[in-house]
Design a binder for this molecule. Structure first.
Ligand code: ZN
Ligand code: ZN
Length: 365
């Protein structure tokens, strides 16, 4: 199968290289490599030069690379794929090669420079932070469909596991119920370590599932994602076990209102900061904003945290095709915490909530 999506992406990347006045591109970040080539192995680099593209990997991946990266040159070699790619670029006479300094260690950079013949070394590598990562922020229809499928599986898994919560098992046992449902539903794994935080632990924004029992009475925050075909889902729901007091309901409804306001603010052209402010201002009116201690959301697709960042004062405008999360939360130390998170696809006129199959209304079990 010729990978049309990847071919188009390589064309776009090559245009960006030329626009930057360069004649080569070295890509070593694995999610970037996958995006450009289709290859999913754990050791690889992609190089572009003179309108040609090559994928470098090692002997463990010969068959996999030829099938996943069909339509582009695949070079199998010994040693670091990044070094092999650099030598290839130098052999093709590249003079200015873009690389991403945000994913290259100082040690790796030194080694790469040494792979370039001495007489070409000066000015060979040109730093271009996040060049491919920036292009990856806009998802084509192929990726959007994969994200919809991952998000739909996430919702199904949550709805399926939810009854297990009423048995007041431990946080870890509920996480396991989710993960079993995910695996049997076809997921290849979880996007990140599942967060299940009950009672006062729900006030920890990133409380990993512990051996603590779920409370008889109190909130339980569940933040998790499934990986389907390499695409990560991400959603958070907070449910109440037992009978809630009016204050607990009131805070929940403020967080829900903040989340809905931010979702309603999402549209191509709107800045990330404006979306963040839509959530924050609702919580400010409810005098809860000082307990909203993180940003409103982030991009998500092949990696659980990608650009853009939906945070205060971020001027970056949203664009149609971005896939982002909207996840305001309120954490009252020693009391309880609430977070509600959806993943949405940005459109010209608004957004499509792809985690809508799991209700976020007040839920008392
Ligand atoms: Zn999450
Ligand atoms: Zn998230």
């Amino acid at each position: 199968m010729l990978r049309m999506a990847e071919k188009d992406r390589r064309k776009k990347a090559w245009a960006a290289v030329q626009a930057a006045g360069a004649d080569g591109l070295l890509v070593t970040e694995l999610a970037d490599v996958r995006w450009l080539s289709g290859f999913t192995g754990s050791s690889a680099a992609v190089a572009l030069a003179g309108g040609r593209a090559a994928l470098f990997t090692d002997g463990r991946y010969t068959t996999q690379a030829r099938s996943e990266a069909a339509g582009m040159r695949v070079a199998i070699g010994k040693g670091s794929p990044a070094l092999l790619a650099t030598k290839w670029l130098a052999e093709r006479g590249v003079r200015r090669c873009l690389f991403d300094p945000t994913v290259t260690t100082v040690a790796a950079y030194d080694a790469l420079r040494k792979a370039v013949p001495t007489e070409m070394r000066r000015g060979f590598f040109v730093a271009s932070p996040g060049l491919v990562a920036g292009m990856r922020e806009i998802k084509d229809t192929f990726e959007q469909d994969r994200m919809r499928a991952a998000a739909a599986l996430g919702c199904r898994v949550f709805n399926e596991a939810l009854p297990a919560m009423a048995s007041h098992a431990s946080e870890a046992e509920f996480a396991l119920a989710l993960e079993v449902a995910a695996r049997s539903g076809g997921a290849e794994g979880m996007s990140f370590e599942t967060i299940v935080a009950g009672g006062i632990r729900s006030a920890l924004p990133h409380g990993r599932a512990s051996l603590a029992r779920l409370p008889r009475r109190g909130f339980v925050t569940v933040d998790f994602g499934v990986v389907l075909d390499g695409y990560c889902s991400d959603m958070t729901r907070t449910v109440f076990l037992g009978k809630a007091k009016s204050r607990e309901r009131a805070v929940y409804h403020s967080v829900l209102e903040a989340q809905q306001a931010a979702v309603a603010a999402v549209r191509a052209g709107v800045s990330c900061g404006e979306v963040d402010e839509a959530a924050r201002s609702v919580l400010r009116r409810a005098r809860l904003d000082k307990w909203f201690t993180h940003s409103t959301g982030h991009g998500v697709v092949l990696e659980i945290h990608e650009g853009p960042r939906i945070a205060a004062r971020q001027t970056q405008p949203l664009a149609a095709g971005m896939v982002i999360t909207i996840e305001p939360g309120v954490y009252l130390p020693g009391e309880f915490g609430i977070r509600i998170e959806d993943t949405v696809v940005v459109t010209e006129t608004g957004c499509e909530v792809i985690t809508a199959a799991s209700p976020k209304d007040w839920m008392e079990l």
